[in-house]
Design a binder for this molecule. Structure first.
Ligand code: PGA
Length: 247
């Protein structure tokens, strides 16, 4: 994180975990958090009303690309804003897989977020077989191409990218700092072909088994601007120490 144009960001992704007791614990533990990084907790939407934000922000884990209407079970950007969300994760690999979300749909969701002033944290990343076949750049390029086709440079500048190799998510197998840096650098260079200034300012988070003991080395990489944290974001103490590592 040598480029101080980019403020570090650490986002917790609680996934389908947590309860109001954990929300209360986080409110208490994070109240005096004072780090030189943006801190976001992306909890299940039904818990969002319980957070006392101030030292941190809250985010959703998904959002609809549509405005409103007959779409049972979906949440619009307006509903998320009313719930206090400043961020929304879009295109997490679990949703790309479980809900068959395409890169084109993910791009529409990101665009909708930007239009409402919500920062989309857009996830990209390859499965193990793609890494083993040495095709990471081609795979990630396709995911990024959909974004570039759908969002303007100005819109892209209001997004955050999260590189999450699927083989590292929830497995305890973190990408090495070099593996992370290589892909982050590739992602930045991809955007620099679109617009050099955009690429310089774009925050690229790493996600996949980030823990208190590996966060600092990962975040120290030149093109790693923070992290998207799953399992370790469910323990206030661990999450706080990861936020401090981004300082
Ligand atoms: P993990 O999850 O930290 O538990 O690997 C990261 C994510 O899925 O965002």
């Amino acid at each position: 994180m040598s480029d101080n144009l980019r403020k570090p960001l650490v986002a917790g992704n609680w996934k389908m975990n947590g309860n109001l007791a954990l929300v209360a614990e986080f409110n208490h533990a994070l109240a005096s958090l004072n780090v030189n990084a943006e801190v976001v907790v992306c909890a299940p939407s039904s818990l969002l009303h319980g957070f006392e934000t101030g030292s941190f922000s809250i985010g959703a884990q998904n959002v609809s690309h549509l405005d409103n209407g007959a779409h049972t079970g979906e949440l619009s950007v307006d509903l998320l804003k009313e719930a206090g969300c400043g961020y929304a994760i879009v295109g997490h690999s679990e949703r790309r897989e479980d809900q068959n979300e395409s890169s084109e749909l993910v791009a529409l969701k990101a665009k909708k977020c930007v239009s409402a002033g919500i920062v989309p944290i857009i996830c990209v990343g390859e499965p193990l077989e793609v890494r083993e076949a040495d095709s990471v750049e081609a795979f990630v390029s396709k995911q990024l191409a959909a974004l570039v086709d759908t969002l303007s440079v100005d819109e892209l500048s209001k997004t955050v990218i999260a590189y999450e190799p699927i083989w590292a998510i929830g497995t305890g197998k973190t990408a090495s700092p070099e593996q992370a840096q290589d892909v982050h650098e590739f992602i930045r260079s991809y955007f620099s072909k679109v617009d050099a200034q955009l690429a310089q300012g774009l925050r690229i988070l790493y996600g996949g088994s980030v823990k208190p003991d590996n966060a600092e080395t990962l975040f120290a990489q030149k093109d790693v601007d923070g992290g998207l944290i799953g399992g370790a974001s469910l323990k206030a103490e661990d999450f706080i120490s990861i936020c401090q590592a981004a300082n």
